[in-house]
Ligand binder design. Structure first.
Ligand code: 5GP
Ligand code: ZN
Length: 113
């Protein structure tokens, strides 16, 4: 399968890693939208949020368990941060491997555009 984030997860394509274990990888976005912009991915290929099921949701829960640790390691403080998942073309999902954006270091508007 030709998947950019699978290639990053298995080390075929280099990335600036900020956290890694056997299940997940967090690495700096190549085109940061904020002073802190990290992508957190499961190492297993899940195409998008539409494919989260009872069988594979454990790794999604695990990502969210790790987010506070990753955020703290990145120096994110109590001003807050934003977690974004784009699912599908209308939402702007350009890489079809489930990922969560962790954005911090500036103010974020809401409602989202
Ligand atoms: P999406 O638009 O699918 O929600 O997010 C994909 C993200 O992946 C974008 O923010 C984009 O900048 C980032 N990205 C695309 N290609 C690469 C790459 O080769 N390396 C890294 N580190 N980030 C990438
Ligand atoms: Zn993949």
């Amino acid at each position: 399968m030709d998947c950019l984030f699978c290639a990053i997860a298995n080390g075929d394509i280099p990335s600036q890693k900020v956290y890694e274990d056997d299940k997940i990888l967090a690495f700096k976005d190549i085109d940061p939208q904020a002073p802190v912009h990290v992508l957190i991915i499961p190492k297993q290929h899940i195409k998008w949020a539409f494919d989260i099921t009872q069988k594979n949701s454990g790794v999604v829960a695990y990502i969210f368990e790790k987010i506070p640790e990753i955020a703290k390691d990145l120096g994110v403080d109590e001003k807050g941060f934003r977690i974004v998942n784009n699912c599908g073309d209308a939402a702007g999902q350009s890489v079809k491997h489930l990922h969560f954006h962790l954005l911090a270091g500036r103010e974020f508007s809401w409602p989202a555009g």
